[in-house]
Design a protein around this ligand. Structure first.
Ligand code: PLP
Length: 427
């Protein structure tokens, strides 16, 4: 008789009787706020909810300014544009991230320089960043991936030494803290996604944070078809030489605005976020302590400087040798059956990512042969990212961390059960 759920045995968790916490979370407050927007007739364009959310989000992140936009892809693009990054420039980013981090770099005609990650945090390796710097380098985009933080001390030191900009990709990290400072308040610009799977969500949406008034003014203009923000909204001292046209009004841009409906939901979600983050952090720490004691798996390294975590996915590392050579993909499927929840790999490394294929678009990106060769992702060697993706990564959506301590025990029990019965999967 099979023991493992994937072979017809009894699952570790009966999700019908005992479902996992659901995502997204909302209640009557969202309903009320949405109706308020509906009835007001102000559905977009610098409305009161957007203004309020920007203020609250800036306060929460601890940045001087926050500017909302339509999603966390355009926020990266606008950040690059606000920093004046374009043709002829290089931007360094990690090999393990969502494709948007790289795609937006080529969308502004710059060249993504993809470097490998640290094996125990899966975030950009500062040593690889140093090695990749050339006279053309303009910026670094560290991505705080899943439940880890990029080493922001090292990144900021490198940036200072080489006079580079830092855009923090905080899509996975609203509320996470490094040495007591929130993600998005450390680099020049923070970029956030409010897409449905994210822990602060309006279905879609994005946010930008900065302490620099001149950058805030540019970001505001860029997300609003290039219109100059209301006079006095940001410091008027430094407008950024050459940014506006001669009549002082416009920069070429497009419509990347958020709606009032999104902002209304985000205001309510932001009220819940600190509490949800601390539940996830507490359970994440507990889960990691359980993983320490299990054979064949290990937790992500949590740096002492990560004073608060904000898990997007709960990730851990799998060691196939300890499971008699069972490929990680089969382990993930077995775990999925035990727990009744999706279990994924990490992102595909950017040098072999099915959704990062710039060479499929010559009409847009073939500026010249040299540029075309430079943006070919396959020229980058990313052995650690590839190993993580192909052999080690196990990722589960953060909603499992909103459960109880007993739920965490159950996850550990499922892993132990697969380990003890691995023979069933090797047949
Ligand atoms: C690391 C990272 N950066 C950027 C994005 C893009 O955000 P959005 O989906 O809101 O465009 C995502 C979305 O998954 C992401 O995970």
């Amino acid at each position: 008789m099979a023991v493992l759920a994937i072979n017809g045995g009894r699952p570790t968790r009966n999700v019908k009787a005992n479902p996992w916490p659901s995502w997204p979370v909302w209640d009557g407050k969202e309903e009320k706020a949405l109706l308020e927007v509906l009835n007001s007739g102000i559905w977009s364009y610098n409305g009161p909810k957007e203004i309020e959310f920007n203020k609250l989000f800036a306060e929460y992140i601890g940045s001087n300014y926050a500017i909302s936009a339509s999603n966390g892809t355009v926020t990266l693009q606008l950040a690059l544009e606000a920093l004046g990054i374009g043709y002829g420039d290089e931007v360094i980013l990690p090999g393990l991230t969502w494709q948007a981090t790289a795609a937006t770099i080529i969308d502004v005609n710059a060249v993504p320089i993809i470097v490998d990650v640290c094996p125990d945090t899966w975030c950009i390796d500062p040593k690889e960043v140093e090695k990749a710097i050339t006279p053309k380098t303009k910026a670094i985009i560290p991505v705080h991936l899943y439940g880890s933080f990029a080493d922001m001390d090292a990144i900021m030191d490198i940036a200072e030494k080489h006079n580079l900009f830092v855009i923090e990709d905080c899509a996975h990290k609203p509320g996470g803290e490094w040495n007591g400072k929130k993600a998005g308040s450390i680099g020049d610009i923070g970029s956030f996604s409010f897409q449905l799977s994210k822990h602060l969500t309006a279905g879609e949406g994005g946010g930008l944070t900065t302490n620099n008034p001149s950058l805030a003014e540019k970001l505001d203009a860029l997300r609003n078809c290039g219109r100059r923000p209301e006079s006095g909204e940001y410091s008027q001292e430094d407008k950024g030489a050459g940014f506006y046209s001669d009549d002082g009004n416009f920069i070429q841009s497009g419509n990347y605005r958020i709606t009032e409906f999104q902002a209304a939901i985000l205001i309510e979600g932001l009220k819940r976020l600190p509490e949800q983050n601390s539940i996830r952090d507490r359970n994440g720490l507990y889960m990691n302590s359980l993983l320490e004691d299990l054979s064949g798996v290990s937790p992500m390294r949590r740096d002492k400087r990560e004073t608060k975590e904000a898990y997007f996915n709960f990730a851990f590392r799998y060691n196939k040798e300890d499971f008699n050579g069972l490929p990680v993909g089969k382990f993930r499927k077995a775990l999925e059956s035990e727990l009744g929840i999706g279990v994924d790999s990490s992102y595909e490394p950017l040098n072999m990512c099915s959704l990062y294929v710039p060479l499929t678009k010559p009409s847009r990106y073939k500026i010249n042969d040299k540029h075309w060769a430079a943006i070919d992702p396959s020229r980058f060697s990313l052995p650690i990212s590839e190993r993580i993706f192909k052999e080690e990564s196990v990722c589960v959506h953060n909603k499992i961390l909103l459960g109880s301590q007993a739920d965490m025990d159950l996850i550990a029990e499922a892993i132990r059960k697969i380990y003890d019965n691995v023979i069933e999967l090797l047949k």
